[in-house]
Every structure is written in C-alpha cells, then in structure tokens.
Design a protein around this ligand. Structure first.
Ligand code: SF4
Length: 362
C-alpha cells in the first residue's frame, strides 16, 4: 500500500512567511503542461495497479487548479491505480480559491479531506502575511454547506505585535467552526522567506510560549486531542497521510521538488519547473546511511503525543545506541518521561521539541 504525496507548486501570491517550493502563476497553460508531466512521472515510477493507501495534494496551492484539470488528473489516477483500500484523499486549499462549484466537485471526485490555510481570522495581520483574507469566512461557509468529508484548518500564532486578546479572538473564531482537525503553528522567520530579515519584529520567546500554552490548553479543555506536537483532532479524525509519515511509513512524492522515502532509499525531485516539464524528474537518488536514517525516524516518532515504545526503538537502534539514547533521555526528565515502556514528551518537552531532539538524537 502506497502513501502518495503530489506537489502542486502554483500560488496566486507569495505569502511573507513561505519557504515552500512554489511558483507564482495563474497561467492555465502552464498548469496543464505540469499535469501532463505529472501523469508521465506516475507512469514511469509507479506501476499500474499499485494499491494506494493515502493520497495527499500539497503545495503551493493545489486548489488553484480548475475543477476540469483535477477531474482529468483523477480520472487518470483512478484508471491506473487501485484505490479500493484508500483511507484518505486530501487536498490543501487556499480560501480564495474555494467556490461552491469546486467544493462540490471535490466531493464528487472522491476527495475525503480538505486542509484549508486560514492562518488568521484577523484582518490586521493579513498585510503582514500578504494573504488577502476577505475570502476566509465565505470559503468556510461554502465548505460547511457543501463538503461532507473531513476538514482541517491551518492556523498560525506569534504575529508581530499580536496581543493575548488577538490570539484569544483567533482561537474563539476557530473554535466556532465545527470542523474536526486543526494544525496550529508558531510563526517562524525561516531562511529564504520574505520575513527572514524582519527578526526585530519577532515576538519574545516567552510571549510565544505563553500563547502556545493558552491556545493549546484551551483546545484540550474543549475536547481536542493533541495527537502531534502541532496537530489536534476531534472524533479521532487525524490526518492519516501525515500520521503514516510520522509513524515512519514509506511514501512516494510526485511533482516538482517532492521527495520519496522508501526504506532508506531517497529520491529528490528537481526544483526546476522547466526540467520537470521536460521529464527530467529526479535530481538526486541516494541511500541514507544508518545514522541519518535513525535520526530521521527518531525525529518523526517523537512528534506523536502517544510517544515511542522502547520496542520500536530497540528495533531501530543497535544495543549500544539504544543505551546511549536512554542515557540521554534520563538527563531531561522534565521534557521526556517514561510510561509503560514508552517515552513520551511532557508538555514542556512538546514546547521544546527542537531542544529535545538536540539532546537525544545520537
Ligand atoms: S504559504 Fe502556501 S499559499 Fe502562501 S506562497 Fe507559500 S505555498 Fe503558496
């Protein structure tokens, strides 16, 4: 069974915090050429009849594609592959691209989950984000009315000058929608983003931590299950594609700049759109060495709030390395605790995930 990621790199506008692989374009002709190249990549790399477990369209902005293009792509995929055991088909959406017709169309073509990039409901942060937000409320109403699958909202906190009242207002608006999944991230001033050089506007760490505490404890008090460090679900509606990733399952990536990871074999696709359209898909294929592989798996496993069982770690690591990891973990009892032969991040550990990894990764 395959977990498949499909990258759709096109966006309407550049968001200030973005470091994803994207191309700002509204040219349908380029979209169509890209989809033809994508189909060829599937034909080349994934054998007919392959069983699909999860299918995830990420971006970029996958919902920028017209319904006609999506229908064409789905009819290709459905003809070629076996979706009888597929548990999730998810598409990332920008609110401004969601019309009633498109949402109904998604339902019809078998998409089971929408992941909508809201980020904030407050107009005053839209300019900073470079995201026009008039469409958020309209789009969410359309989704509520016409989409009967699962819906996830992506949110960000920690904007420059954001107050506790702002954070609270965003949270209240978010919780007023009866959707089943939320991803809530702290704003990051990543390298190569437009805000990289605006460090001065970054909120103090203590304030971001306070927001984190307030938001995350309010969500938990309202019955949300924080199953991953930044992800919450209700009624057990977790992101199945991402869960497979965090649990260390193989996945294949298709499209510009996507990555595949099958066992220790990694295939990185080109980031050059012209090369991709010409069919020069992969840039780099290599086998991870032991140290890189175990580091990657440990980083993924520890993101899950259910923790990591010692049995899983013993399978992954040599006896010496397991003992070393165990010793490292014992030095940070306020961040990682041991429960029923399982290592679990504490609340404080969740907030300091990067630091935890710095201590325990071998
Ligand atoms: S954050 Fe998403 S929508 Fe914004 S530019 Fe980046 S990929 Fe596009």
């Amino acid at each position: 069974m395959q977990n498949i990621y499909v990258h759709i790199p096109f966006c309407q506008k550049l968001c200030s915090y973005c470091t994803f692989s994207k191309i700002i374009s509204s040219d349908e002709k380029i979209y169509k050429k890209y989809i033809e190249a994508l189909k060829k990549e599937f034909t080349l790399r994934l054998q007919d009849g392959a069983k699909i477990k999860t299918l995830y369209f990420g971006g970029g902005t996958p919902s920028i594609l017209s319904l006609e293009i999506m229908k064409d792509l789905f009819s290709f995929l459905y003809k070629k592959y076996d979706f009888s055991g597929c548990v999730e088909i998810c598409i990332e959406c920008h609110p401004s691209t969601l019309s009633e017709e498109k949402v109904k169309g998604y339902q019809e073509i078998g998409i089971t989950r929408l992941s909508i990039g809201v980020q904030t409901f407050l107009k005053k942060f839209e300019t900073f984000l470079s995201r026009p937000g008039d469409d958020i409320f309209r789009a969410l109403e359309v989704v509520k009315k016409h989409f009967h699958g699962d819906v996830s909202l992506d949110m960000i906190f920690g904007y420059p000058n954001q107050t506790e009242k702002d954070a609270q207002e965003d949270l209240e608006k978010l919780l007023s929608y009866d959707f089943s999944h939320v991803s809530y991230y702290a704003l990051d001033y990543k390298k190569n983003s437009l805000i990289e050089k605006q460090e001065a506007s970054r909120l103090p760490f203590e304030k971001v931590q306070r927001f984190y505490n307030n938001i995350f404890s309010a969500m938990k008090n309202q019955g949300w299950n924080q199953y991953e460090i930044y992800n919450f679900s209700k009624q057990n509606k977790k992101s199945l594609h991402n869960l497979a990733f965090w649990k260390g399952e193989d996945y294949m990536g298709f499209g510009l700049s996507s990555v595949s990871c099958v066992g220790r074999e990694v295939c990185e696709n080109t980031k050059n759109i012209m090369h991709y359209i010409e069919g020069k898909y992969s840039d780099d294929i290599y086998t991870m060495n032991n140290a890189d592989y175990t580091e990657l798996m440990i980083q993924r496993f520890f993101r899950l709030r259910e923790g990591v069982s010692m049995a899983v770690l013993k399978d992954l690591l040599s006896e010496n390395n397991f003992m070393q990891l165990y010793e490292n973990i014992k030095t940070i009892p306020s961040w990682v605790e041991e429960k029923d032969n399982t290592f679990v991040l504490t609340e404080e550990g969740v907030m300091n995930y990067d630091e935890v990894m710095g201590v325990i990764v071998l």
